[in-house]
Write a protein of this length. Structure first.
Length: 429
């Protein structure tokens, strides 16, 4: 038995992946050194006691995933990417961990963490190079290849470049290549692109290009270093800038962006987009000392609507609620559908008392305006839980407090607003 235990401990110590065993509520029971190395910098104050708390900035819905998983054992999630550290420049890779979470039994979970940063970097580079090669073969007329000197200034021009970019040679030769792009503040970013090309051989960015006739076109630009890494002689340094006209594909790119970030039924932000926006807003408000509040909104008796009228009418009611909520909030607020009949509103710069007033107005508006579904007029109401950001808060805890308030609103009869108060902390635990 002792030898088996020693072998297990040696395996945990030498394993190339992070392994952590927790209770159902995320309390850490056992973890190996590799996992501790990755999780300690994430834990608030370096207090590594709960896996959900440590990962809440990266996976704020992890606890909800566990609660929603009803099987007695099995894989809860697999290969979830956690961007631990952002890259130093837009489009560059920081550290990315992959998380797989398994339920062992009723009270134990096992998490496996792996560093997939290099794998993702290679996959992206491969996809980009394949896409560029395919585009060169399929549509060379959409490209312009521009020669740059060691400082990034344009040193040669030809008719093909003028056709794509729309500038005459005498207007651009000798100028920094950032002058071709719409954002005049892009010079610093362009200089950084030169540094990235020096380090990695090449870099790809997308931006608006400013044509000589005043029009703008959406472009993809590949910047490649012609010199060897480490070359310091200015006369030996130089770059090639390949600009691709992407105007015809901009609509497709925008459709793809909407597909990734929008809820297909209501057109609101989806769960993924909400978590990204909410995390950024909480950080901004915390830095600037601004208040922030969150509304958890749930359609009352929605199952009854589906059972009585059918799912088509149920979908129409959800679309009606999305429109009603959109009209009742400010442009700076973040509204999302996060699942089923549940919506969430993030209100930056808003105190709890003001958020409660806004929630009351939303409840009243929905109550007074039934959903029109063909010839049907379906009355509906909503319940709202309100919570405000507190010191050293995180999104997971903020949403949990708003959930407690939402539960109180439903328990009190629905079609009303309740706010989370400090005395509710026992319910929130």
């Amino acid at each position: 038995m002792r030898l088996e235990l020693e072998a297990l401990m040696q395996f945990l110590y030498l394993a190339p992946v992070g392994l952590v065993q927790t209770r159902h509520d995320g309390e850490i029971l056992l973890l190996n050194p590799r996992c501790a190395q990755w999780l300690l910098p994430l834990a608030p104050g370096g207090d590594l006691q709960n896996l959900f708390a440590a990962l809440s900035p990266l996976a704020p819905d992890l606890r909800q995933r566990v609660d929603a998983f009803k099987d007695p054992y099995g894989k809860i999630c697999e290969g979830v990417h956690l961007p631990v550290r952002a890259g130093r420049a837009p489009g560059s890779f920081g550290q990315v961990l992959s998380l797989t979470l398994i339920r062992l039994d009723a009270d134990r979970l096992m998490a496996v963490l792996d560093d997939v940063t290099e794998q993702l970097r290679r996959e992206r580079a491969l996809r980009q190079s394949q896409a560029w090669l395919h585009s060169f073969v399929e549509g060379p007329q959409d490209y312009a290849c521009i020669s740059l000197d060691g400082q990034g200034c344009i040193e040669a021009w030809n008719g093909n470049i003028e056709r794509v970019v729309g500038h005459r040679a005498d207007k651009v030769i000798g100028t920094h290549f950032s002058a071709l792009f719409l954002n005049e503040a892009s010079a610093a970013a362009s200089d950084h692109a030169l540094v990235e090309a020096d380090a990695g051989g090449w870099v790809i960015e997308e931006a608006w290009l400013k044509r000589g006739d005043g029009r703008r076109i959406w472009s993809s630009a590949l910047l490649a270093a012609r010199h060897q890494p480490g070359e310091t002689d200015p006369a030996s340094r130089g770059y090639s800038l390949v600009v691709r006209n992407m105007s015809g594909q901009q609509e497709t790119i925008e459709e793809l962006r909407r597909a990734i970030s929008c809820d297909h039924l209501t057109g609101l932000a989806n769960r993924r987009a909400f978590f990204e926006a909410a995390h950024a807003e909480m950080q901004r408000c915390a830095r600037q000392g601004l208040p922030l509040s969150l509304l958890m909104v749930d359609a009352d008796h929605f199952k009854h609507v589906n059972d009585q009228y059918g799912h088509a009418v149920g979908d129409a009611v959800l679309q009606h609620l999305a429109t009603s909520l959109s009209h009742g909030i400010r442009g700076v607020d973040v509204l999302a559908r996060i699942g089923g009949e549940e919506f969430v509103v993030l209100m930056p710069g808003t105190r709890l008392v003001d958020a409660e007033l806004a929630a009351d107005r939303l409840c009243e508006h929905v109550r007074r305006h039934p959903a029109e579904c063909g010839t049907l007029h379906v009355g509906c109401t909503i319940s709202i839980g309100v919570a405000a950001m507190i010191q050293n808060d995180n999104l997971e805890d903020l949403m949990r407090r708003a959930d407690v308030a939402l539960y109180a609103a439903k328990a009190a009869g629905r079609d009303r607003v309740r706010t989370w108060q400090p005395e509710s902390v026992g319910q929130c635990a």
